[in-house]
Design a protein around this ligand. Structure first.
Ligand SMILES: O=P(O)(O)O[C@@H]1C[C@H](O)[C@@H](CO)O1
Length: 308
């Protein structure tokens, strides 16, 4: 699990990229990670060049439906960007060092701003499915218990050993997001701010786990993003994260008592029906498709507004 510097063939990866990517796109200013079902963000770049991960030393493959396995280079307005059409999750069996390798490659190509998107379940009952949550902080139980991508020897002695995370989610970029929403006349209720809880997956949370994370202060929960944010911060990038709420995790009616239900039935009393809704990855992907255009418009506007 620990970072093994020999697994980081930066020179080889960048040599391959330099051969495949036109000169004007070789120093992208912005990196984008497309979450589950959100690849459309990266597939409509101007002058796009797609490079399959299997051509890139150090890259592994995305195995999750809704994640492709390519890097896309191209322009948004006149800004050169690189987008991961498909990310890597630890639950696929990938080491944390592989999960964050593309971020480190982006940093070495000159990426200054990283925009990360993901699909997530809502823990905060005030959030509606379809809301885009601008992440302001995170809770990462795996990080706190020994599953941190920055554990182990450092790949560069100039990096700080101890990375502060109080400023992990760039306030200036979050400001730009809300300015972008204003300029695009996006409905105020379509966006929210919140805390992302990282879990390893691949199981979705039990209702009790959802309640625990909510009680701890998280608004949404997902299975990605935090390792990428940590690596990006170590590499000195500014980061913005957008979580698309694809399903509700904490639904009070899931706790309806079976005993009371049976007793009410026997006594002929009416009782509120329990909700037995079950989340699926298909539902997650469908929401990504539905909200992809809004996510794309916001990200494009933020890039247009971002300082050169
Ligand atoms: O890659 P992201 O975080 O967008 O994907 C979410 C979390 C799981 O990978 C998957 C569960 O449906 O969607």
């Amino acid at each position: 699990m620990y970072l093994d510097p020999s697994e980081f063939p930066f020179t080889k990866t960048i040599d391959v990229l330099k051969n495949l990517v036109p000169a004007q796109l070789q120093s992208p200013r912005v990196g984008i990670i497309c979450g589950s079902g959100l690849s459309s963000l990266g597939t409509s770049l101007r002058d796009a060049v797609l490079i399959s991960y299997d051509k890139l030393p150090g890259f592994v493959q995305s195995t999750v439906p809704g994640h492709k396995s390519s890097l896309a280079f191209g322009f948004i307005q006149d800004v050169p960007v690189v987008a991961m059409l498909g990310r890597f999750h630890p639950y696929e069996g990938h080491k944390l060092s592989s999960v964050v390798y593309p971020i480190r490659v982006m940093a070495r190509m000159g990426v200054r701003y990283l925009i990360v998107t993901n699909a997530a379940g809502a823990l905060n009952p005030d959030l509606a499915v379809g809301t885009i949550v601008v992440v302001q902080d995170h809770i990462a139980l795996p990080n706190l218990t020994g599953m941190n991508p920055l554990l182990g020897p450092q790949i560069d002695s100039s990096y700080s050993r101890f990375i502060p995370l109080s400023d992990a989610y760039s306030r200036p970029l979050r400001r730009l997001l809300f300015l972008a929403a204003h300029q695009l006349a996006v409905d105020r209720n379509a966006l929210a701010e919140g805390v992302y809880a990282w879990v390893s997956g691949p199981t979705y949370e039990t209702p009790a786990e959802g309640k625990l994370l909510r009680a701890a202060g998280a608004d949404v929960v997902g299975m990605s993003t935090v390792p990428e944010v940590l690596a990006a911060r170590e590499e000195g990038m500014d980061v913005m994260v957008l979580s698309l709420v694809t399903n509700m995790v904490v639904i009070p009616e899931k706790y309806a008592s079976v005993r009371e239900e049976v007793e009410a039935e026997l006594a002929g009393r009416p009782i509120k029906a329990a909700i037995d809704e079950v989340v699926s990855h298909e539902e997650v992907l469908a929401l990504g498709k539905e909200k992809g255009d809004l996510m794309k418009a916001l990200v494009e506007k933020v890039i247009q507004l971002s300082p050169a």
